[in-house]
Design a protein around this ligand. Structure first.
Ligand SMILES: Nc1ncnc2c1ncn2[C@@H]1O[C@H](COP(=O)(O)OP(=O)(O)O)[C@@H](O)[C@H]1O
Ligand SMILES: [Mg+2]
Length: 258
């Protein structure tokens, strides 16, 4: 299964990505975290690994791909026929240099912004979309996709390669608005969509629930001191926050049961 994690900036996408990866890994799954956020620099720290070579760089770099995209756009074939990956692309086909590993969890990064003025991040979105869409998983494999803040990934079509979307909401009206919009977009793609309320108290949860469909909410994570400290220090989350693991277990059960 491929689960895409989305939400507004700072809501807790990367945190939840790392927690889900930890849980699935301990549960015996072969987990691959796919980092599609071209701006966030810290996910590998949460997972306790060094940053691997970006897939984009391994494939020749952003400028080279941009060139290919431009020529495809000008050709009669069109960009939709520019195939970067085999139809039967598997996790084991990923170049080893692009994978960082920590016990049961592995990380692949699509690409990052390196320089001012280097151009838009469209090639990253193009690679992410095709990579995920063509990726065929074995029964025991799980892919968790961390995304950039907001809705751009929907625009880029990254969701087309996912089996479910999990949206993280922090206590803000902006998160609620974004959740409604994202839910509409997921519905238009016939994708199951779930909400997780993060950094909430009972009181905040009650307030947020007034504006959200109850059946979509599959978990609530409180403010957790260990997660806060790990985030502040840029340290590994894995193993640091056992108190939230029962919530993660419920979230996974919520995805499974629907
Ligand atoms: N439940 C939580 N309790 C305490 N701190 C949290 C919690 N969830 C996330 N954080 C902190 O909030 C910050 C933003 O989280 P992050 O996962 O990086 O957000 P995003 O990926 O959505 O931008 C980080 O410093 C992280 O440690
Ligand atoms: Mg993030």
């Amino acid at each position: 299964m491929k689960i895409l994690i989305c939400g507004k900036g700072g809501s807790g996408k990367s945190t939840l990505t790392a927690l889900l990866a930890e849980y699935y890994g301990k549960d015996g799954k072969k987990v691959m975290v796919v980092d599609t956020d071209e701006s966030n620099l810290g996910l590998h720290r949460f997972l306790g690994v060094n940053h691997p070579t970006d897939l984009m760089d391994q494939m020749g770099g952003k400028q080279e791909l941009l060139g290919k995209m431009m020529s495809a756009m000008k050709s009669s074939e069109g960009i939709m026929n520019l195939q970067l990956f085999d139809q039967e692309w598997k996790l084991q086909d990923i170049p080893p240099a692009c994978i960082a590993e920590n016990g049961t969890v592995r990380l692949l990064s699509i690409g990052k912004i390196h320089h001012a003025g280097e151009g838009c991040a469209c090639p990253m979105g193009f690679v992410a979309k095709q990579f995920l869409k063509n990726l065929k998983l074995l029964d025991n494999e799980m892919v968790i996709i961390d995304t950039e803040a907001g809705l751009e990934h929907f625009g880029r079509g990254v969701e087309e390669g996912a089996d479910a979307v999990l949206m993280v909401l922090d206590p803000s009206y902006e998160s609620v608005l974004l959740a409604k919009k994202a839910a509409d977009m997921a519905a238009s793609l016939s994708l199951p969509m779930y909400f997780v309320l993060n950094k909430v108290t009972q009181e905040i949860s009650t307030q947020m629930r007034k504006d959200l469909p109850a059946d979509k909410i599959i978990g609530e994570i409180p403010v957790d001191q260990n997660l806060l400290s790990a985030g502040l220090a840029g340290k590994e989350i894995t193993g640091s926050s056992q108190s939230v693991m029962p919530v993660i277990q419920n979230i996974i059960a919520g995805i499974k049961s629907s």
